[in-house]
Design a protein around this ligand. Structure first.
Ligand code: FAD
Length: 324
């Protein structure tokens, strides 16, 4: 059976998010050789269509409308629902991002579909498409199949490798005229709290600080290390509560869930609520002066020492490696 899967491309800071390409890769598996159709909702959606094709979409539907300049649940919900009704897909996949978490349950309710959220793997077992997602704050994993209705799935960033970008891939790009009306929300201004740079939830390398960083100024060497590695800075709730940094940096059960290739935890004790947000990182390095700290139980590499001595040494070492 030919299956059609829609993938919602998400634009942030003027570019498609990497998780959208990961969603295409997930859709390719779930479609089992069927069609993967990218959908882009924006005031300049067509600028991004070719990139979705380069990452594996067979076809792209763009909805270009001034009312889609910034995300509103209302505007995006109406436009996406109309595309879904026109395309009648067997599946819908998008990133498990703030946008995806907001829009997916609303759409799922409207189309009376189930939703598998926060998926970290998609595989074919026998003739079934099996989706894996973490439960109990990452302490266990459940595998789900959908036996009836639309496959509606969100994928956690940094878990499903995207296909290699191939500018030679070709596919049809079509425009869909959505009727977006009676918007109840108008975004007048977006005030960003964190500085521009690597997006924490998609960062491949994260340098995170805890209460052990001791002050706002204490985060400076961590920022330096993150910059040297091309990564982003994160934090424990302890550091946020102590006002050393903004809550937008918080990682954990009540913060962001991240899965970078490398997570460097500096002065973080490793409370269960923090581990919930980072324990699935591919390589974890912990720097803590307490050899009994819980963080060492999940760390691949542990450095027992004062972070204010260790972090500058790491910056120096990485700079030396780069130069050589
Ligand atoms: P601490 O536990 O105080 O640890 C500081 C560490 O720094 C210690 O291990 C110490 O040995 C080390 N240290 C001190 N000085 C140095 C130095 N110079 N060099 C090296 N190491 C040093 N927490 C989160 O992080 N994220 C969440 O999302 C989250 N959600 C929560 C939700 C609920 C409902 C609750 C109840 C709690 C939540 N917490 C969360 C809080 C969590 O329980 C911990 O209190 C918090 O993670 C502790 O932060 P911390 O490790 O930075 O601080």
């Amino acid at each position: 059976m030919d299956r059609k899967i829609l993938v919602l491309g998400e634009i942030r800071n003027g570019a498609l998010r990497n998780v959208s390409f990961e969603a295409i890769a997930a859709a390719k598996i779930a479609a089992k050789g069927g069609e993967v159709v990218g959908v882009i909702l924006s005031d300049h959606a067509s600028d991004f269509a070719e990139e979705m094709i380069a990452y594996g979409a067979d076809r792209v539907v763009v909805v270009e409308d001034e009312k889609l300049k910034t995300y509103t649940p209302d505007g995006f919900g109406q436009a996406f629902l109309q595309v879904i009704n026109a395309e009648k897909p067997e599946g819908i996949i998008m990133g498990h991002t703030a946008l995806g978490k907001d829009i997916s349950p609303k759409i799922a309710a409207k189309i009376e579909s189930g939703l598998i959220s926060d998926t970290i793997a998609v595989e074919i077992v026998g003739d079934q498409v099996v989706f894996t997602r973490p439960i109990y704050s990452g302490k266990a994993f459940e595998k789900k199949i959908i036996t009836d209705g639309i496959k509606f799935v969100t994928v956690r960033p940094n878990n499903i490798p995207p296909l290699e970008k191939d500018e030679n891939r070709s596919g049809e790009i079509s425009t869909f005229a959505a009727d977006i009306k009676d918007l109840r929300t108008v975004i007048k201004e977006i005030v960003r709290k964190t500085s521009e740079g690597v997006d924490l939830s998609e960062a491949k390398i994260i340098v995170a600080g805890g209460r052990g960083v001791k002050s706002e100024a204490g985060f400076k060497p961590l920022q330096e290390l993150a910059t040297a590695l091309g990564g982003a800075v994160g934090a424990s709730r302890g550091a946020c509560d102590a006002e050393y940094c903004d809550y937008s940096l918080q990682i954990g059960q009540t913060g962001k869930v991240v899965t970078p290739d490398l997570y460097i935890a500096c002065g973080i004790s490793g409370a269960i609520q923090h581990l919930a947000g980072m324990s699935n990182s591919k390589v974890i390095v912990a720097i803590n002066k307490d050899p009994e700290a819980n963080i060492f139980k999940v760390a691949d590499y542990g450095i027992v020492g004062d972070l204010f001595e260790v972090v500058p040494m790491l910056i120096e070492e990485f700079a030396a490696v780069k130069q050589s």
